[in-house]
Design a protein around this ligand. Structure first.
Ligand code: C2E
Ligand code: MG
Ligand code: MG
Ligand code: MG
Length: 286
């Protein structure tokens, strides 16, 4: 494998030696092996109460500790995993590992885990998740599943039923990267959504561009109208945070507060906030 990658890396066009199809197969096999070999690792990024309160959440973000290429970010392998279906065993591994670690944290902290489109389509999704919760002892009402707008855009009946079943178990449902999917808003009435996450692209210009501010504020108002939690992602400056507080956004996530970090570092981060109050993200509007 190392030799294969060395061959690929030599020369400017990285993968030029291999046909795309062969290359996809080889990379897929490598990723599937990595899942079994414990090469994947979950990092956790805090989501904080923008008003300065103790309420906390944490988002699980997968990384691949590749034997020769170093620590890979999801951008380097998620699309491939989604294309080949490897994202299904990968997603299960992430959920299990994240729940196992989060079961040791204070009760007050909820855990957000990203679900891919493929996972949401899985007919046994509900049973798989129930199994992982049983196995790890993690409480359903501390778990939030993040779906992207492309998933919720036009859900078929069975998908809606699966999401409702998860919601009935007490699990929260979050719409990630909100605003990027060209989605009609009607799904907010059909699906049991509990959280909206404002995409980073709307947060970036918030302190300088009145249009960006207006869009973010509209999303906050929408969330309020539907009694949903609202999280702004990608907050990098104090000024951006201030703008979001001003418009009534309740939660924030971004490098300004903390970067994603390995489990033990996150546990330490939480230890400094031991008196966090209990939130149940699954119950929207709280
Ligand atoms: P996402 O779910 O929207 O996660 C937020 C991304 O923004 C993360 O990138 C995070 O590290 C990054 N981020 C957070 N704060 C800031 C900031 O202040 N500035 C900037 N520039 N970036 C910030 P990451 O970890 O590279 O993940 C990228 C995407 O990969 C995620 O976007 C999510 O869609 C996907 N992903 C990550 N883990 C998983 C997983 O376990 N399963 C699935 N299906 N997708 C995952
Ligand atoms: Mg996410
Ligand atoms: Mg996001
Ligand atoms: Mg995003």
């Amino acid at each position: 494998d190392a030799a294969m990658y060395a061959a690929k890396r030599s020369g400017r066009g990285r993968y030029r030696v291999f046909s795309p199809e062969l290359d996809t197969k080889a990379r897929d096999a490598e990723l599937r092996r990595a899942i079994g070999n414990d090469e994947l690792v979950v990092h956790f990024q805090p989501v904080v109460d923008l008003a300065g309160g103790d309420r906390m959440a944490v988002e699980a973000l997968v990384r691949w500790n590749h034997p020769t290429r170093g620590l890979l970010m999801p951008g380097a392998f998620i699309d491939l995993a989604e294309e080949t279906g490897a994202v299904i065993p990968m997603g299960e591994w992430v959920l299990r590992d994240a729940c196992r670690q989060a079961a040791e944290w204070p009760d007050a902290v909820w855990l957000s885990v990203n679900l891919s489109a493929r996972q949401v389509m899985q007919t046994d999704l509900v049973e798989v998740i129930r199994g992982i919760l049983d196995e790890t002892g993690f409480r359903a009402d501390r778990l939030v599943l993040e779906l992207t707008e492309s998933v919720v855009l036009q859900p078929d009946e069975l998908t809606v039923a699966r999401l409702c079943a998860l919601r009935d178990m007490g699990i929260g449902i979050s719409v990630d990267d909100f605003g990027t999917g060209y989605a009609a808003l009607s799904y907010l009435r059909t699906l049991p959504v509990t959280v909206l996450k404002i995409d980073r692209s709307f947060v970036t210009g918030i302190d300088a561009d009145p249009d960006a501010y207006a869009v973010a504020e509209a999303v906050v108002r929408l969330a309020q109208a539907y009694r949903l939690h609202v999280v702004a992602e990608g907050i990098e400056t104090a000024e951006q945070a201030r703008c979001l507080v001003e418009m009534g956004c309740t939660y924030g996530q971004g490098y300004h507060f903390a970067r994603p970090m390995p489990g033990p570092a996150l546990a330490e981060f939480l230890a400094g906030r031991r008196h966090a109050t209990v939130v149940t993200p699954a119950s929207a509007g709280g």
